[in-house]
Write a protein that binds this ligand. Structure first.
Ligand SMILES: [Fe+2]
Ligand SMILES: [Fe+2]
Length: 161
């Protein structure tokens, strides 16, 4: 984005870039974690869940790329080092369970990841409303994706009870 595109965002641009970088970190952790789980999950019912983890991982990776695009558009710099992901994220990293057949923990933790993401993007929507329409729109779209993810993991859990 050029000069005008940045100008219309106004003085809060640095704060918005910093929030977007927190989201980059969180999405990177989420993408890695889902990919890990897709390879780690084993046992009965694992195949279907592993496939869902693969799909979700790709989606979170996509989210990260869109957030990075927006940071660059705003004249910012996306996080440069993977070591910044864990400390820079708005959410903690849920380490995959040691037990490969513990699909339930994998799903319960995934639900927690998605719920924190929903809260974060809801806040980002509020903070950018009327100030940065492009980030506002992006935050709404990502929010809608995370809501779908939550719904999916919630329905998986219901099936187990
Ligand atoms: Fe995401
Ligand atoms: Fe998600």
């Amino acid at each position: 984005m050029g000069q005008k595109g940045r100008e219309i965002v106004g003085p809060e641009v640095n704060g918005i870039i910093s929030l977007l970088n927190q989201a980059v970190a969180a999405e990177a952790l989420a993408a890695y974690r889902y990919l890990y789980l897709s390879r780690w999950a084993a046992g009965m019912e694992a195949a279907e869940i592993a496939e869902a983890f693969t799909k979700t991982s790709e989606e979170e990776w996509q989210h990260m790329s869109r957030l990075m695009d927006r940071i660059v558009e705003l004249g910012g710099r996306p996080l440069t080092r993977p070591s910044e992901w864990e400390n820079g994220s708005y959410a903690k990293f849920h380490e995959p369970p040691r037990d490969q057949t513990d699909l339930k923990t994998m799903v319960v933790d995934s639900l927690a990841v998605e719920r924190v993401a929903i809260e974060f993007y809801r806040d980002l929507v509020r903070k950018t409303e009327g100030k940065d329409m492009v980030t506002y729109l992006l935050a709404m779209e990502l929010l809608a994706d995370e809501v779908k993810d939550e719904e999916f993991f919630e329905s998986l859990l219901k099936g187990w009870k």
